[in-house]
Design a protein. Structure first.
Length: 109
């Protein structure tokens, strides 16, 4: 599925099952909450923390939750994430095409 198709699927789901979108501000808070949940799993999987009893390493699920809410916000604000991602690639390529290759912190081993 493309990003555009995923945005449409989220919109269809919201209108079929979710009644309506939460407000943009509520969804921004939800996005922050989902990023925090992803951070918690990352800290337990790759950091020094351990999982609490009953917790599981569900990194993909948490990433999908972040993406879901981000797509809700994009739909609400009229943002075409496919186009914005394309523009981001162009910007990063133009700005950073040599920067990372010339970064001793990345190339030194």
């Amino acid at each position: 599925m493309t990003i555009q198709e995923a945005q449409k699927m989220v919109d269809d789901w919201i209108h079929q099952y979710g009644v309506r979108y939460f407000s943009e501000l509520t969804n921004m808070a939800c996005l922050t909450e989902e990023v925090g949940e992803l951070a918690r799993v990352m800290a337990r999987t790759y950091g020094d923390q351990s999982f609490k009893k009953g917790e599981k390493p569900n990194i993909g699920e948490e990433m999908a939750d972040v993406l879901w809410v981000l797509m809700c916000l994009a739909n609400q604000t009229g943002v075409d994430l496919t186009e914005e991602l394309r523009k981001s690639f162009e910007k990063k390529t133009s700005r950073d095409k040599d920067r990372h290759r010339n970064n001793d912190k990345l190339t030194a081993k």
